[in-house]
Design a protein around this ligand. Structure first.
Ligand code: UDP
Length: 343
């Protein structure tokens, strides 16, 4: 198939592009590299050859997007491009509304013009906000009640897709979409071709690895008095290669009229302390870890009920051992201690 990937130079978009290319699909990638990395595109270009077409294009360039969709006769659009830092979204909500919501409006308008009929959208666990204790593990029917602008922006995009699907149904225009609600995405391509490089970095596993590398003197656990077995927050860490696999699977089953929504996680959680212990084991470095105050807005325990995606798509995470996830990231971090080179 011919797949247009928005945010193809980013962490998840690049890993999904790699998987698509490996499976023999054509990948047309758009990115403005505001957060993504041209070097990731360069790696993909080597692997994909003439089946890989990267464009420097912003989400807000509706006409250009429509032209790209039309000229490549795109079968499926995978929409990854978004800002994805919760803390930043609280400090700069308009940045998130502009990039994630208005950007998606632009993408959908381009789809509307070009007649693209299948979309796979990167949604998030953040759309659920802080579910009550009795709603853990989180399933797809858990009420969506985001508690920050990032989660709200992803939920709004899901709603726009739902509205568009409804309008097209009434107009007899074929259309289908899937919203994949990612839990905590972690790890890197196990062959170290692609990696994870956010600037600034706020995610737990990369911070552990930066500390192991000596790029940071020490790190902190945000809160040790949560009502969990070891007092630290529990999250569901899904490997980025498994996540890419979920995209490929759902793309393959979308039929006109489908509206699919799936949680993508491993279905169990690891505590912050367990992730730190894993990072120390994998790296062999006993780095310094302080105990700090809770970070505002961190619910104690979040992990996915993944029975729906397993039942309907036959997908389940192949990597469920946290050491394996950390190991894959460590290989890339060690070989790219300064992240992706510029340019
Ligand atoms: N965390 C931490 N120290 C750090 C970074 C993260 O203790 O330096 C904790 C954070 O409070 C949360 C968990 O690790 O409980 C996962 O955080 P991350 O930002 O990776 O993902 P989130 O679940 O917030 O999306």
């Amino acid at each position: 198939m011919r797949v247009l990937v928005t945010g193809g130079a980013g962490y998840i978009g690049s890993h999904a592009s790699l998987r698509l290319l490996q499976d023999g699909h054509d990948v047309i990638s758009i990115d403005n590299v505001s957060r993504g990395h041209a070097q990731a595109e360069a790696v993909l270009a080597k692997i994909g050859g003439d089946r890989y077409s990267p464009y420097r294009c912003d989400l807000h360039e509706t006409e250009r997007l429509a032209e790209i969709l039309t000229s490549h006769d795109i079968d499926v659009l995978m929409h990854f491009a978004a800002f994805a830092e919760v803390g930043e979204s609280v400090d700069h909500p308009l940045r998130y509304h502009h990039n994630n919501i208005a950007g998606t409006v632009s993408v959908l308008r381009a789809i509307d013009q070009a007649g693209t009929s299948r979309v796979v959208f990167s949604s998030s666990r953040s759309t659920y906000g802080e579910p009550a204790e009795d709603q853990i593990p989180i399933n797809e029917d858990t009420p969506q009640s985001p508690i920050n602008p990032y989660g709200a922006s992803k939920l709004q995009c899901e709603r726009m897709l739902r509205d568009l699907a409804e309008a097209y149904r009434r107009a007899d225009r074929p259309f289908s979409y899937a919203a994949l609600r990612y839990f905590n995405v972690a790890g890197c391509d196990r062959q170290t071709r692609l990696g994870e490089d956010h600037r600034p970095e706020s995610h737990l596993i990369p911070i552990c690895l930066h500390t192991a590398l000596g790029k940071r003197e020490k790190m902190a656990i945000f809160g040790t008095d949560y009502p969990t077995p070891d007092g630290t927050c529990i999250r569901d860490y899904v490997h980025v290669e498994d996540l890419a696999d979920a995209h490929v699977r759902v793309m393959g089953v979308l039929e006109p009229g489908d509206e699919r929504r799936y949680n993508v996680g491993i279905g169990k959680g690891f505590s912050v302390r367990e992730c730190i212990e894993s990072s120390k084991r994998v790296t062999g470095v006993d780095f310094q870890v302080d105990e700090a105050e809770r970070r505002p807005g961190d619910p104690p325990e979040l992990y996915a009920d993944v029975s729906k995606i397993k039942r309907e798509l036959g997908w389940e995470a192949s990597i469920t051992d946290i050491d394996e996830t950390v190991e894959s990231a460590w290989k890339w971090f060690k070989s790219h201690p300064d992240g992706w080179p510029e340019g």
